[in-house]
Design a protein around this ligand. Structure first.
Ligand SMILES: [Zn+2]
Length: 426
């Protein structure tokens, strides 16, 4: 039985983790500073073969599915039982870092390798997945691979185009994938016992509190907003101030309205301005058209709904005073996704059993885990990010911290292996 497994023997080899981090970082686009391995790029293509080879070296049986997910399988005693699943992504944003996503894939491979090297057989299969294209891209769709596995990659996604007019479906085909098959290659809930993802925090909470391990409470929901302001153009020299309907000034006021909405928000509410554009963009002419993009995020759906109303009310009232018309378009990119209590408990027990302090933290960033939550109980283990920096070349998590996180991941998977799946999956 899994209860007799000596968890200390599953401690990762930091030297091997470090070597793999360095080797994977070598696959990057030298045209950009930092580490760029964007989805569908040549460095990403080259790195896929390397990832698969590392899984094979670790003793995993590998397949690549129609959406390009690399799936490594460590067989358990009962291959018919729902599998334990871990993983993350190895693509980066442009000018990104060496740890976001990567830590979860290489950590998962290391856990599987330690299980095999110590002759530790789990009851069920362990799957380590490198999900294709998690980061936001020019097609406006993140988490391509995990959406496919969750069964929510839709035909309309394949029709989206990038800056050059290329369809996502065509980009996938060019990358050697099978986009049509990816629409129907989702897993079933009975395939998954639980999903646990190791990830860098990408924020400052763990480092500030001095905790090496974060037990993620929820993944933030994201609401995006486009506001269109329509005023009246006119001569900048002859139009008296009180007669103006300046769309750009209304947009400028809206910038501060959005920022205020995020300040002082409870449980990790944040509000961010994306950009503003305006026309006619001419000195000597009053602006009559402006558009503003913004987003709000929180793990609290009630806060998101209330904040939407507050932002709309304040921007509309301010614009009305200037005689500027406003039009709002909201797009929910993702609803908040709570992690499963069972997985939270097992992660906390695993950390405690290894003598490691932990802290419950929210995730302000989106993750593949948010989609995997459709298939079974989901949880995430965070490790500290130096200075809270991420999505930049300065992104840093010490190998010792990654090794601790991977050890907790191993103990969590062992713990979940011996648990019954709860009757209700949220
Ligand atoms: Zn990530």
């Amino acid at each position: 039985m899994t209860t007799r497994i000596d968890l200390n023997r599953l401690a990762p080899e930091p030297g091997r983790l470090s070597r793999r981090l360095d080797e994977l970082a070598a696959f990057h686009d030298p045209e950009h500073p930092g580490w760029s391995r964007e989805v569908f790029s040549e460095p990403y293509r080259a790195s896929r073969a390397w990832v698969r080879a590392q899984m094979t070296e670790a003793g995993l049986e590998t397949v690549v599915d129609p959406a390009g997910n690399i799936i490594g399988r460590l067989p358990g005693k009962d291959p018919s039982a729902p599998a334990l699943v871990t993983g993350s992504h190895t693509d980066t944003v442009r000018q990104g870092g060496r740890f976001d996503g990567i830590v979860g894939v290489l950590g998962g491979i290391e856990v599987a390798q330690r299980l095999r090297e110590t002759g530790t057989r789990l009851e069920r299969d362990l799957l380590v997945v490198d999900f294709l294209g998690e980061e936001a891209n020019e097609f406006g769709i993140s988490c391509i691979g995990s959406r496919s596995i969750a069964g929510i990659l839709a035909p309309e996604h394949l029709e989206r185009t990038d800056g050059t007019g290329t369809r996502l479906g065509d980009a996938m085909e060019r990358f050697g994938l099978a986009p049509q098959a990816a629409l129907s290659s989702g897993w079933r809930t009975k395939d998954v016992h639980a999903y646990v993802e190791l990830h860098v925090e990408q924020g400052p909470l763990l480092e500030r509190s001095g905790h090496g391990i974060g037990v993620v409470s929820a993944i933030a929901g994201i609401d995006r907003l486009l506001v269109h302001f329509a005023g009246q153009t006119g001569h900048s020299g002859t139009t008296p101030m009180e007669d103006r309907h300046d769309a750009l000034v209304s947009a400028a006021a809206a910038v501060l309205t959005v920022e205020r909405a995020g300040c002082g928000a409870p449980v990790h509410g944040v509000a961010t301005l994306g950009s503003i554009d305006s026309s006619p963009r001419s000195m000597g002419v009053i602006t009559d058209q402006a558009r503003l993009w913004a987003e709000i995020r929180s793990i609290d759906g009630n806060w998101l709904r209330a904040t939407q109303k507050q932002i709309v009310g304040e921007i509309a009232a301010e614009a009305q005073q200037r005689g500027v018309d406003v039009d709002f378009e909201w797009l929910t990119d993702q609803d908040p996704v709570p992690t499963h209590e069972l997985v939270q408990d097992v992660i906390a027990e695993a950390a405690g059993g290894l003598g490691l302090g932990w802290k419950a933290v929210p995730s302000g960033a989106g993750h593949d885990a948010a989609h995997l939550a459709r298939l079974g109980p989901m949880g995430m283990v965070f490790v500290p990010s130096a200075g809270g920096r991420s999505h930049c070349p300065e992104e840093l998590t010490e190998v010792a911290d990654i090794a601790r996180g991977a050890h907790v991941l191993a103990a969590t998977l062992v713990g979940l292996d011996g648990r019954e799946q709860p009757a209700s999956i949220q």
